[in-house]
Design a protein around this ligand. Structure first.
Ligand SMILES: [Fe+2]
Length: 289
């Protein structure tokens, strides 16, 4: 290992991996080292740029805590979270597509009856929307008893977690599908909002010349024993940034139209959106060795 050159360094580092590590560790580290070395050679990375990258990572660590993980944000801006989600949740039976969870989910939202409102604070100039639909299996049969958590930002572009002026759990709720597989709730029209850009993630956006905005969307998490859980979002068909989402999470199949409510309705708009869940993979029985 005394004659290290820019051409043999990759082989030297991968060969230095211990023989005792699990195969998956070997696969991941061999590929990571190869891609990182190739990247440095390809862009002819300078020492100054390498040091700037290390300092950038340090700042990302400094701003992170239990509530904020800047590395997730950075991976989102680079399209990595959505890519991993697509790799790990491949659509195989016509089930609804998933997309990123995002950083604003809160455990144990208020449990509400079908049709209830999740609005706890009124904002001027906001529009209310009745969101409803069915949850079906991949054969089109309604599924009763699916738990559905929903959450969205307020008309000021902030989630309750980010805004001391909002009551806790504003615009969050937990619903259950009825015997017809139906769910319904009253929400506000979701507004576009910027992902946090006051830290390392913002520096990266500037470096890339990209804006921080996300299109208006409502988050969903659906789960029931025996079915594969679904984490997804519905996008307002008329929102801005559908074609330039800062975290690349929009999918055509997740766009829903917010139509004007019929006269006499108690919301301004209505949105109908059905979900399909596939059965959870059966546990493979492994014969005794
Ligand atoms: Fe969101």
């Amino acid at each position: 290992m005394r004659n290290v050159t820019k051409d043999n360094i990759t082989e030297l580092v991968t060969k230095a991996l211990s023989k005792d590590i699990p195969p998956r560790n070997r696969q991941i580290m061999t590929s990571l080292i190869r891609h990182m070395h190739d990247f440095c050679r390809e862009v002819d990375l300078t020492f100054e740029e390498w040091l700037a990258a290390c300092e950038f990572m340090r700042r990302a660590g400094d701003i992170s805590d239990e509530k904020r993980n800047e590395f997730i944000l950075i991976s989102d801006i680079l399209g990595v979270e959505v890519l991993v989600d697509m790799l790990d949740h491949r659509v195989t039976e016509g089930e609804s597509e998933s997309t990123v969870l995002g950083p604003f989910y809160r455990e144990n939202p208020p449990v509400l009856p079908k049709g209830a409102s999740i609005i706890k604070k009124h904002f001027e100039n906001s529009q209310t929307v009745r969101v409803s639909g069915r949850v079906l299996d991949t054969a089109g049969k309604p599924i009763e008893g699916v738990t559905i958590d929903v959450w969205e930002d307020a008309p000021n572009g902030l989630y309750d977690l980010q805004d001391p002026e909002q009551p806790a759990y504003n615009l969050r709720g937990r619903f259950t599908t009825d015997a017809q597989g139906e769910y319904a709730f009253v929400a506000v029209r979701p507004e576009p909002y910027p992902i946090p850009y006051d830290g390392a993630g913002g520096e990266l956006l500037n470096y890339m010349g990209h804006h921080p905005w996300r299109p208006g969307h409502i988050h969903f998490m659906l789960f029931k024993d025996g079915y594969q859980s679904l984490i997804s979002q519905i996008y307002d068909a008329d929102t801005k940034y559908l074609d330039s989402d800062s975290v690349f999470a929009v999918k055509e199949s997740l766009i829903g139209k917010l139509n004007k409510a019929p006269s006499g309705a108690d919301t301004d708009l209505v949105l109908v959106f059905d979900f399909r869940l596939k059965r959870a993979a059966a546990k493979t029985l492994i014969a005794a060795e």
